[in-house]
Design a protein around this ligand. Structure first.
Ligand code: SAH
Length: 366
């Protein structure tokens, strides 16, 4: 594997992506090292923080893999109060994280839209516009996306889950609420409105092939995505897909494959932001550090109030810290420095790719 060749390469065939994803043993380690160098070259060595606030686990959807799916009767449903969200946001602001993510189950309703609008407005107000806001609230009407954007949310995460429509259909119920095309449309709407747009997939789904993952990466490239959040698929007992647990690749393989996906995304997509998913940590206590060493540059410390955290249980073994988040971050940083990385405070850490995308759009319009 030649670092300089891979660093500069812009055009990729599926076969080339598949062959990188298939790296094993020493070659795999080389892949991680190259991805890390490519990151330093295009995106620097800073790791940006997004304080994750899990606003609500009420969901209208019934995705076959997800622990907070509508039909799961075992879940205690909650919505954070405005005060709880603002307190968490204030904590992130005071700790100088510079950005938060508001994530929730998927609801489309005027009252939900209004509540989020109020939260965005109030967070922008108390922080003098300084706290960056990412939303991850599923598919919404274009006007809703626009309303939140105009109030100051500037990034949006919406995982496509899988870009293979057959696989997508296999993991979602066949109803109008769960359409691949609508999810795709939502991503286009977000981009058109001006959000830094993030997407991602689950890795290690039953029946998912390495070629599917290569197509996912090709999609990220063609769609000109700014940010990626992806993680291993982890089974959850109270979901229909639990029945397929024997068809899965091992945990260790899902872990490795996720790291390889991060590395290959970094090599192919260069200057985008890539989150090191919490789900990695569910498999390995230092999973997120491995994600950073393989090319990721964003970490999302969970700052959801304790009373709610345990109920936002998407998958099994979701990490739940008893000790303070701050202490945890200091220790995390100590381990990150070992791979040449460093947590950045007080800066949004926007996707550099987004700035490039806007510049080239402007240049084309001149
Ligand atoms: N409702 C929002 C976000 C909440 S779920 C939306 O649709 O965008 C956030 C992400 O958790 C999902 O996009 C999915 O990729 C991931 N997730 C859900 N169940 C999972 C599981 N069992 N294993 C791994 N990831 C899962």
């Amino acid at each position: 594997m030649n670092y300089q060749y891979l660093r500069d390469k812009r055009e990729w065939s599926s076969e080339e992506i598949v062959s990188l994803l298939a790296s094993e043993g020493d070659t795999m380690q080389q892949l991680f090292d190259i991805a890390s160098e490519v990151k330093f070259h295009y995106a620097g060595n800073k790791v940006y923080l997004r304080g994750l606030i899990e606003y609500s686990n009420i969901c209208a959807k019934d995705c076959f893999y997800c622990g907070i799916r509508k039909s799961n009767q075992e879940v205690r449903r909650y919505v954070l109060s405005e005060e709880e969200v603002l307190n968490a946001a204030r904590f992130a602001y005071e700790q100088n994280y510079a950005s938060i993510v508001i994530q929730a189950g998927e609801l489309e309703s005027p009252s939900f839209t209004r509540k989020i609008s109020q939260l965005v407005r109030k967070i922008k107000d108390f922080s003098n516009g300084e706290l960056g806001i990412t939303l991850s609230l599923g598919e919404q009407k274009k006007e809703t996306f626009r309303e939140w954007f105009e109030l100051g949310a500037h990034r949006y995460l919406l995982r496509i889950e899988s870009t293979n429509p057959i696989l997508f259909s296999a993991i979602h119920p066949d109803t109008s609420l769960h359409r691949f095309d609508r999810r795709l449309q939502a991503l286009s709407d977000l981009k058109e409105i001006g959000y830094q747009t993030g997407t991602g997939v689950m890795i290690g789904l039953p029946g998912q092939k390495i070629e599917d993952l290569a197509s996912d990466i090709q999609f990220f490239l063609d769609f000109d995505i700014d940010m990626i959040g992806m993680g291993p698929y982890l089974e959850h007992e109270h979901t229909p897909m639990f029945a397929q647990r024997n068809e899965l690749i091992s945990m260790a393989d899902r872990f490795e494959l996720t790291l390889k996906m991060i590395a290959v995304c970094r090599i192919v997509l260069k200057d985008i932001n890539i989150a090191s998913a919490t789900a990695l940590q569910a498999i390995h206590p230092e999973g997120r550090e491995h994600g950073i060493a393989a090319g990721a540059n964003v970490i999302m410390p969970n700052i959801t109030p304790d009373r709610a955290k345990a109920n936002y249980y998407l998958y099994e073994n979701k990490p739940m810290f008893k000790e303070g988040v701050q202490k945890h971050l200091i220790e995390l940083n100590r381990r990150l420095v070992a791979s040449g990385n460093e947590i950045a405070y007080g800066t949004w850490g926007d996707s550099l790719h987004f700035a490039q995308r806007l510049n080239s759009k402007r240049a084309n319009n001149d």
